[in-house]
Design a protein around this ligand. Sequence first.
Ligand code: ADP
Length: 537
Amino acid sequence: MPAGTMMNVPLTLTRVTERCKTELAHVEVVHREPDRSISRTTYGQVIARAEAMARGLSALGIKKGDRVATLMWNHAAHLTAYFGVPLSGAVLHTLNLRLHPDEIAFIANDAGDRLLFVDHVLLPLFEKFRAQVPFEKVFVVGANGKVTGTDVDYEAWLAGAPKEGPLPDLAEEDALGMCYTSGTTGKPKGVVYTHRSTLLHAIVTAMPDSLCLSRADTILPVVPMFHVNAWGLPYAAALVGAKQVHPGPHLDAASILDLIESENVTIAAGVPTIWLGIRDALDAAPEKWKLKPGLRMVVGGAAVPEKLVRDFDRLGLTLIHAWGMTETSPVGLVSRLTPDVAGVDEDTRFKLRAKQGVPVPFVDVRVRNEQGDVPRDEKTSGEVLVRGPWITGSYFGIEAKDRFTDDGYFRTGDVANVDRFGYVQLVDRIADLIKSGGEWIATVQLENALMGHPAVREAAVVGVPHPKWSERPIAAVVKREGAVVSEEELRAHLAPHFAKFWLPDAFVFMDAIPRTSAGKFKKTELREMLRAHYTGT
Ligand code: ADP
């Protein structure tokens, strides 16, 4: 057999940045400033600054594999760090500004971050944990020269960084970035992405049956750049050459809709709560925003209720549901209608679109229980196991063998079934399943059915201790503004679709359901709030 004759060109970010400097130099990068004004730059300028940043970091003694942290909103300077830090050989560690300051400090120390790049507007947050982390230098972005103490003005530093000169050689297995899991089960753990994993993930995310990204798109990641690299979108957008739009710190529905309208956004991405807010804003003022028909909204991070998919269709917009985790870079499943389902009726189409979807290329997904891989009967459930070039094989500094199967799959902790078309539907996370009288109750379907009621904005179901049944489900419900609904009505709404013992014992109306830093229901906290329902303690 002859050896392959192809050149061995490593899959590193340099492949993307070189093209951004030439073919794509004029393509726009737009963001909203803290004062709400709009700033415009281009890929050409972002990459020129990123390369200066990389040289500046090397001049400071930053070496391959060192961790460099950011504490920033989504904007061009953060995008510059997305390229500049990895181009220096260092690892971009995006700190989650929604965490408790002590937790941010824990994570920065665990990662051993040497430097920090922080937004000027986030200094009050940083001050709450500054004393706990020995950063060697702190660069303040957007300070307009107003820095104090030993802090460095980012713009002044960048202006003084070498404009010319070689950048370190990169190998495709070199680490590029890291994120921490949100620690819903145990302490947060670091996941480290490589150049290769990031590029392959970007290529597959852009494919037509995934998110279908192209040069013709304008991409708005509402999902923060500190959540699994904004789902990899800044890299995928640069790869395909799409214009990027970033919201800065303004994430309210009206600001997002204004930006979508004024910048002609064609695809935006965020967690379900963002889209709930957008739907409510559009329903409240249907004439206010002129949105392009065909605008796509990617939703993930938590299950999307079928009602929301239907509501967006009614508004002439398309929700695309995707599933992933910090450990999976994150895109693993995307729910698009494949030709195999062409003949199904409209209700089934909506049902399929609200599922988590089918695996993207290169990601092997298995759903397995004690009996083995589950049959594709849409009923039998098992744990979702994944394997692929952008699925983590360990955690930063921890092997965590218990998170992997003997045949090399990562255990997601998610429970799902599979239908005859191969669509995976998550029914719960293992930790949130309810065991009542020896039988399992999965909460996600109950929640989605509840959110299908017109009076319900949001609903979360948790198990609380029960003296006889060990656990019973209780639903926390947030009503839509001005809506009136009783417990009996909600029970009657669910009754035709679920076994009797699945029906929540109580429906507790709340103003808001506690959420994690990523905008998911915080079930640990909700369980604590409701745990005394039967036992009184
Ligand atoms: P953590 O695992 O610490 O909550 P992640 O942000 O990595 O942090 O969350 C991954 C989890 O989020 C998945 O295991 C799954 O339970 C949930 N998730 C992500 N996307 C979806 C989705 N589309 N539908 C339902 N759950 C989802």
